[in-house]
Design a protein around this ligand. Structure first.
Ligand SMILES: Cc1ncc(C[n+]2csc(CCOP(=O)(O)OP(=O)(O)O)c2C)c(N)n1
Ligand SMILES: [Mg+2]
Length: 368
């Protein structure tokens, strides 16, 4: 696969068309019907949660949030392949993959409500926290990969970045290091066409993002990221290659961010209705839904019922997060060092003094 789909050949790997029809049976990944239905449900859960979170944000109940809307197949396929022993190194638009590793929606809510606890996944193993400093997580991924190789472990790393992240130095350093040391890391670029308002055409003069793999001597491939089966097949082949010591792999998953960059963004300022509509036809859930319905594995009735259940579950976890004990300002200083340096202690002291001063002022004003 990696020879035929070498990025130099300018081919995008695809298994299913926009109507849920399998283009080429030979390219289908090995996956049971049951697993596909599970993946579809997981993708639907992520979408239901996503749409609901935007509503909560509009009600002023959560801070800014980056929706996954339209990109669910990439996380869905990752969830179908990642194992407990493997590492997940997310950027910030991989909800489905994170939930599959045992991170809870409540924890994600806590993060976007500003709680440090939103980064401390209680039941998830080998998941790094969401990384807002763009592409910095890839260096961590390369480092984890190096440790796995050094200690001859059988683990894999699934690491994510956006198209915008490929312009960061960290991206290049990570792929270069990973290539030299042949570490078992699968780098997945979610090319959703934009880095906030910057289109991918302004991000790079390269023909594709996948082609950047060649400069670092690693395998690269471009895949339709809205095609669950194509994504899964590429991940399965990448996994095999890593297990054979042929890692790392650079995957460019072509997709579209159907929603806004975050809840603070207005995409109508920088993209057209026509463009949005053309991508609507490639929606990852619609395609998998059609495939499943054609095979008699899914129905509109089931969908309606399960969405109602999902909405209740999302609401339940959101309310739990909302009822979390109030955030204390001193928390800002708590988690970076095992022993807080004097400079930070001084800052904490000053901040607490400020809060005391502020509450006295409020008390005085309200007396007047
Ligand atoms: C180092 C760094 N620079 C700038 C930002 C501000 N910022 C947040 S998201 C973003 C765009 C990221 O685009 P992309 O990598 O394509 O990911 P996407 O948001 O599309 O998933 C930028 C510039 C940041 N968080 N970190
Ligand atoms: Mg992007």
């Amino acid at each position: 696969m990696f020879t035929e789909y070498n990025p130099i050949n300018k081919l995008m790997f695809q298994v299913m068309d926009n109507h849920g029809k399998i283009i080429n049976d030979k390219l289908m990944p090995e996956v049971s019907d049951q697993r596909v239905v599970k993946a579809y449900k997981d993708m639907l859960f992520a979408r239901t949660a996503d749409l609901q979170i935007v509503n909560y944000q509009r009600q002023g109940r959560i801070f800014t949030y980056p929706p996954n809307y339209g990109q669910e197949a990439i996380s869905g396929a990752t969830a179908s392949i990642i194992e407990e022993k493997d590492w997940l190194v997310p950027a910030f638009r991989e909800m489905g993959a994170m939930l599959s590793k045992g991170v809870t929606l409540k924890e994600l809510f806590l993060l976007f409500m500003g709680y440090e606890e939103g980064n401390a996944y209680k039941n998830a193993k080998k998941v790094l926290p969401i990384s807002v400093p763009i592409a910095s997580q890839l260096l961590h991924a390369a480092g984890i990969g190096y440790e796995i190789k050094y200690n001859k472990k059988k683990e894999l790393v699934y690491a994510f970045v956006g198209d915008g992240g490929t312009s960061e130095g960290d991206f290049h350093e990570a792929i270069n290091f990973a290539g030299v040391w042949k570490v078992p890391v699968i780098f997945i670029i979610q090319n959703n066409q934009y880095g906030i308002s910057t289109p991918v055409s302004m991000q790079t003069a390269s023909e594709s993002l996948a082609i950047k793999a060649l400069a670092y001597g690693v395998k690269g491939i471009q895949v339709d990221g809205n095609d669950y089966f194509a994504m899964l097949k590429v991940l399965q082949e990448s996994k095999k290659a890593c297990e054979n010591g042929e890692g790392p792999i650079l995957i460019e998953a072509v997709t579209y961010r159907k929603g806004a960059h975050t809840t603070s963004d207005d995409p109508t300022k920088y993209r057209t209705k026509e463009e949005e509509e053309s991508w609507h036809k490639k929606d990852p859930l619609d395609r998998l839904n059609k495939y499943l319905q054609d095979k008699g594995l899914w129905s509109d009735k089931e969908e309606e019922k399960i969405i109602e259940q999902f909405k209740k579950e999302v609401d339940r976890q959101f309310i739990e997060a909302e009822n979390f004990p109030e955030y204390k300002p001193e928390e800002i200083f708590k988690y970076m060092y095992s022993e807080t340096p004097q400079e930070l202690k001084d800052q904490e002291h000053k901040l607490m003094e400020f809060y005391r001063w502020k509450s006295e002022k409020i008390a005085q004003t309200s007396k007047k």
